[in-house]
Design a binder for this molecule. Structure first.
Ligand SMILES: [Fe+2]
Length: 147
C-alpha cells in the first residue's frame, strides 16, 4: 500500500529472490505550480498520469559527459501529459515535470531500482552545474528548494 504525502510518495522497493531491490513504485501528487528540478533516474522509468495534467520536458546531454560536475542540455521534447498518458524513459533519460494546471495531478512512477536510496543527478539549465542527490521516500529535494 502506498503512503500519502504532499509531493512524491514511495512504496518500499520490491525485492528479487536474492533480496535485490529490483524496482520501486512512487506516486507523484503535484500541487498546481509545483515543479521538479531537471533530473535523471539512472535506470528505466515508467510514468503514468492518473489525474490532472503534467507538463513534461525531456532533455538530452549534448556534452561528452567527461566532466561529472557540468553538463550541457538541450530540450528534445515537451508535452502536456493527460490522464492515461504513459511515458517510458531509458537509463539515459533526463526530464522535468511541472503541474501547469489549476488542479492537483497524480501520477504513478515505476523505476528499475530503489529510487529512494539511489544517488542521482539534478541539472541546472543556466549554469550547467550537475548536483548529486538522494530523494529518499518523500519529496526532499523539492521541499528543500521551496524553503
Ligand atoms: Fe523523474
Amino acid at each position: 500500500m502506498l503512503e500519502t504525502f504532499d509531493g512524491e510518495t514511495c512504496h518500499d522497493p520490491w525485492s528479487g529472490p536474492k533480496g535485490d531491490r529490483i524496482f520501486s513504485v512512487m506516486a507523484g501528487n503535484w500541487s498546481p505550480g509545483q515543479t521538479t528540478p531537471i533530473h535523471d533516474h539512472l535506470t528505466w522509468a515508467v510514468v503514468g498520469v492518473c489525474e490532472g495534467e503534467e507538463r513534461e520536458s525531456i532533455y538530452r546531454r549534448t556534452d561528452d559527459g567527461s566532466n561529472p560536475k557540468r553538463a550541457r542540455l538541450e530540450v528534445v521534447g515537451e508535452r502536456i501529459n493527460k490522464k492515461g498518458h504513459v511515458t517510458l524513459l531509458g537509463r539515459a533519460g533526463i526530464h522535468r515535470i511541472d503541474n501547469v494546471s489549476i488542479a492537483p495531478s497524480l501520477s504513478i512512477h515505476m523505476y528499475g531500482l530503489d529510487i529512494g536510496t539511489a544517488e542521482r543527478h539534478s541539472y541546472d539549465p543556466v549554469t550547467g552545474e550537475v548536483s548529486k542527490f538522494v530523494s529518499g521516500y518523500c519529496n526532499v529535494l523539492r521541499d528543500e528548494e521551496s524553503d
